[in-house]
Design a binder for this molecule. Structure first.
Ligand code: SF4
Ligand code: SF4
Length: 162
């Protein structure tokens, strides 16, 4: 995670507690020191089910400064990563990225999260483990809610709609 959510201007006192959630320690790619370099979708080597982050007090900057959109109160309560299996963040360029727990690869399309993303008007990125895709919102009859293309490819939504 190089990112992300512009937390510098936010008041940490308004942040939600992570509670039992630790999904960012699994769903996100994290590139810190040599000791902390993990791909998306794999639990961090410092994570233990029984104790949580084993180096919490000394965790690296990259971990200390990541705050998902739910944590900073930018999403409704029901979109908590623990419930939706999705971690949402905004990159500096303003692009929404949705990191999905690979144990639930279609979670982003389902339930409350699916409804939320349906009304997202810009393209956004989905990352499920090593798989990264652009998702293009599509509106209109007889078409699906989204078109999904690999990162690097673009599509013309007008062509799809005819
Ligand atoms: S995904 Fe969000 S709520 Fe969950 S541990 Fe990470 S920052 Fe906290
Ligand atoms: S070092 Fe700790 S906080 Fe950082 S990703 Fe690993 S388990 Fe999570």
């Amino acid at each position: 995670m190089k990112n992300i959510t512009p937390a510098a201007d936010l008041d940490p006192a308004t942040f939600r507690p992570c509670g039992e959630c630790a999904l960012c320690c699994k769903a996100l790619p994290i590139h810190g020191s040599q000791d902390l370099d993990k791909p998306a979708g794999k639990w961090c080597r410092h994570w233990a089910n029984s104790t949580g982050c084993k180096i919490y007090e000394n965790r690296e900057e990259v971990c200390r400064t990541f705050f998902c959109l739910w944590k900073i109160n930018a999403l409704p309560e029901e979109l908590a990563p623990l419930k939706t299996k999705c971690v949402l963040a905004i990159y500096k360029e303003g692009v929404l990225i949705v990191y999905v727990d690979p144990s639930y690869p279609t979670a982003w399309k389902e339930g409350r999260m699916g409804s939320y993303l349906t009304v997202w008007s810009e393209r956004f990125m989905i990352e499920v483990g090593k798989q990264r895709s652009w998702v293009h919102p599509v509106t209109g009859l007889h078409v699906s809610r989204w078109r999904v293309t690999p990162v690097g490819e673009t599509i013309n939504v007008k062509e799809i709609l005819g």
